[in-house]
Write a protein that binds this ligand. Structure first.
Ligand code: FE
Length: 208
C-alpha cells in the first residue's frame, strides 16, 4: 500500500521525537494489517468529537432536573447515553457529587485514565507526574495552584481512576444562578470543574 498522501505539517508537536515515534508505530500497525489507516482516522475523529462541553451539559441538566441527577449519580454512562452522548463503549463512569461536606478531586495515579468517551482527551497537566503524585499527597496545595480551594471544613476526597472506572465531578450549583437556564448554567462548568481542581462561579453579569 502506498503512503503518498501529505501529512499536515504542524509546528513543533508534529516534528517532536514522540510524534515521529507514533507515526512509525502507526505505519507499522497499518503495514502488519492490525489496523487500517481509515480506522485510525475514524478513531481520531471520534475522540475529537468528545469535549468537556458534554460534561458541562450533563451537570447543568442534573442541576435543573432531580430525576436526571439521581440517574447520573447511579450510572453515569447510562445517563450520558440517555442524554444522547454516545458513551456506550466507555468504561464505567462514576459521577461524584460535591457537597458542602465533601469536595471531589479526580486523578489517575498510574497513567492518564480519564472519561475520554465523554470529555475527550485529558489536559497535559493531568498526565504529568507532578499532578499524579501530588493530587493524592497534597490535594489542597494542588487546588490552590489552580486558584481554587474548598472551605476549611470541607473534606477532600481524591478518586484514583483505573482502566475500568472513570470519574467525573458533579460540582455544586453556584449561588446566584437561580434565574439562569440550562444552557447558561452549562456555560459555567469548565473542564477543570469536572476534574475538581476548580468550581463553577456565577459570573458577575449573571446577576443575583
Ligand atoms: Fe490511567
Amino acid at each position: 500500500m502506498s503512503h503518498d498522501h501529505h501529512h499536515e505539517t504542524k509546528p513543533e508537536s508534529a516534528t517532536s521525537p514522540l510524534a515521529a515515534r507514533v507515526r512509525a508505530m502507526e505505519a507499522l500497525l497499518v503495514e502488519k494489517g492490525v489496523v487500517t489507516e481509515a480506522e485510525i482516522q475514524d478513531n481520531v475523529a471520534y475522540m475529537d468529537s468528545r469535549s468537556p462541553a458534554n460534561g458541562a451539559k450533563l451537570v447543568a441538566r442534573a442541576w435543573v432536573n432531580e430525576g436526571f441527577k439521581t440517574r447520573l449519580l447511579s450510572d453515569g454512562r447510562a445517563a450520558a447515553v440517555e442524554f444522547g452522548i454516545d458513551a456506550v463503549a466507555s468504561p464505567e463512569l462514576v459521577v461524584v457529587e460535591n457537597t458542602p461536606e465533601v469536595h471531589n478531586l479526580i486523578v489517575c495515579t498510574l497513567c492518564s485514565c480519564y472519561p475520554r468517551n465523554v470529555l475527550g482527551r485529558p489536559p497535559d497537566w493531568y498526565k504529568s507526574f507532578e499532578y499524579r503524585s501530588r493530587a493524592v499527597r497534597e490535594p489542597r496545595a494542588v487546588m490552590r495552584e489552580f486558584g481554587f480551594e474548598p472551605p476549611e471544613g470541607t473534606r477532600v476526597a481524591v478518586h484514583d481512576s483505573t482502566a475500568d472506572v472513570r470519574y467525573m465531578v458533579l460540582p455544586m450549583r453556584p449561588a446566584g444562578t437561580g434565574g439562569m437556564d440550562e444552557e447558561g448554567l452549562a456555560g459555567l462548568v469548565t473542564r477543570d470543574c469536572l476534574i475538581g481542581v476548580d468550581a463553577p462561579r456565577a459570573r458577575a453579569a449573571a446577576g443575583a
